[in-house]
Design a protein around this ligand. Structure first.
Ligand code: HEM
Length: 405
């Protein structure tokens, strides 16, 4: 007899939301919907897609981390990858629960230990100087192309040890973050755009393409040593590609946008860059969370915050909503670089699957933002910033800025 049969759940069913969180309007500006979701309850059943959405900070943390009730085995996207029509091999790290996950995560953590990451600092700083100098020479820049992409698309593939044209990384990244959401027109367009790249994409993750010294090569070596299941190394490399690039570019872009729009906060950062650049980055991740939603599947009927969720149903924890929950944050919509958010916001997830690359993302952001801010008196908006419409990623397409020296 399962736990749910032993103690039937008497809580009311979750309220029903008859709106599409992935409509053009809600993707362009998700925050009014997030507020409605949070106010309706700790979880709402999203009628158009048949999943439960969780928008409050406390319950988002439970869904992210309580793998006994909210498993990752059905995939961390909206469709259940175990079901006919949606089947795909699961990621050998993000889509396994403990205890299997624990062993794999420990092996990856060895490859990405703080000591290893520290050795990348010098190369990151060197590239950051180049990016900042080039931006300064231009004066009027696109913060996305000239800073976030110019930096991350250079340094991350190098530490991973894979030689990939930047444009292809962006296209496959966009595909990935569309695939985590519903099968809508946005996903279909991304699939059509990337179809000619798929053969190349599978091929580039194979052992023979790993450059010496990168951590991709170390992943293959760990598989040889029996630390990962045979055949999973290319899937690990793919997961890093998917998880590590677009998210970091999105976070750096949003930090620049928010600093340009809030000169008082930029002034605070410039007074004490060593401490405040870190804070500004974390605060931007809170306000404009790059990964907007991740999914789990209920293993049984579950009570969450006083409402009943049915078994075998997808549950999305919307970190974009949780990170502006007034139950957790004072004046949640305000960009405040003095706020202590690291480790509290949900932008890196929570629990066993909490982002393994957060240290790397922070090092990248500190390097490039530090190099730029050291050289300028101010950064000003220089036209309208545009968000890129992607199902589950909050990222800028264009960010016109003027650097004042
Ligand atoms: C600002 C940048 C980043 C953000 C916002 C971010 C966000 C996240 C989130 C929300 C999760 C948890 C997913 C879940 O609950 O299912 C996660 C996990 C993960 N991230 Fe990141 N990430 C960032 C940067 C990176 C980088 C730079 C790397 C690579 C070095 C990386 C690699 C991973 C991996 C491999 C996981 C899976 C961990 C596991 O399942 O145990 N991420 N990330």
């Amino acid at each position: 007899m399962s736990a749910s049969e032993a103690t039937p759940i008497t809580a009311p069913d979750a309220p029903v939301l008859d709106e599409d969180p992935f409509s053009d309007e809600n993707i362009a500006n998700p925050y009014p919907l997030f507020e409605r979701m949070r106010e309706m309850g700790p979880a709402v059943f999203v009628q158009p897609h048949g999943y439960y959405a969780v928008g409050r900070h406390a319950e988002a943390g439970i869904v992210a981390s309580d793998y006994a009730r909210f498993t990752t085995q059905g995939g961390v996207g909206m469709s259940d990858i175990r079901k006919p029509g949606a089947w795909r091999p699961r990621s050998p790290i993000t889509e396994w629960d403990p205890p299997e996950h624990t062993r794999v995560r420990a092996a990856l953590q060895k490859i990405l230990s703080p000591l290893v990451v520290k050795t990348w600092r010098e190369a990151f700083e060197r590239r950051a100087e180049e990016v900042a100098e080039a931006a300064l020479a231009k004066g009027r820049i696109d913060g996305v192309a000239d800073v976030a992409e110019a930096f991350v698309l250079d340094v991350f593939p190098k530490v991973l040890g894979v030689n990939v044209p930047p444009e292809r990384i962006k296209q496959t990244g966009e595909l990935n973050f569309n695939q985590l959401g519903p099968n809508n027109a946005r996903l279909q367009a991304a699939l059509a755009k990337t179809a000619p790249l798929m053969e190349w994409y599978v091929n580039i993750l194979q052992r023979e393409h790993m450059l010496p010294g990168g951590f991709g090569e170390k992943i293959y070596q760990a598989e040889d040593a029996g630390e990962f299941d045979a055949g999973t190394a290319p899937l690990h490399v793919r997961t890093f590609f998917r998880a590590g690039v677009d998210t970091t570019m999105a976070g750096i872009g949003s930090t620049l946008k928010l600093l340009a729009e809030h000169p008082d906060q930029l002034a605070l950062v410039k007074q004490d860059p060593a401490k405040m650049i870190k804070n500004a980055f974390e605060e931007a991740l809170r306000l404009e969370s790059p990964a907007q939603v991740m999914f789990r599947t209920t293993t049984q009927d579950v009570e969450l915050g006083g409402v009943k969720l049915r078994a075998d149903t997808k549950v999305g924890y919307h970190m974009g909503a949780a990170n502006r929950d007034p139950r957790q944050w004072k004046a949640p919509d305000r960009f405040d670089v003095t706020r202590q958010t690291a480790g509290v916001h949900r932008a890196f997830g929570a629990g066993a699957h909490v982002c393994i690359g957060q240290m790397i993302a922070r090092l990248e952001a500190e390097s490039v933002l530090g190099a730029l801010l050291r050289r300028v008196k101010a950064i000003e908006p220089d036209g309208e910033a545009r968000w890129r419409p992607v199902n589950t990623l909050r990222t800028l397409d264009v960010l016109p800025l003027r650097l004042v020296t």
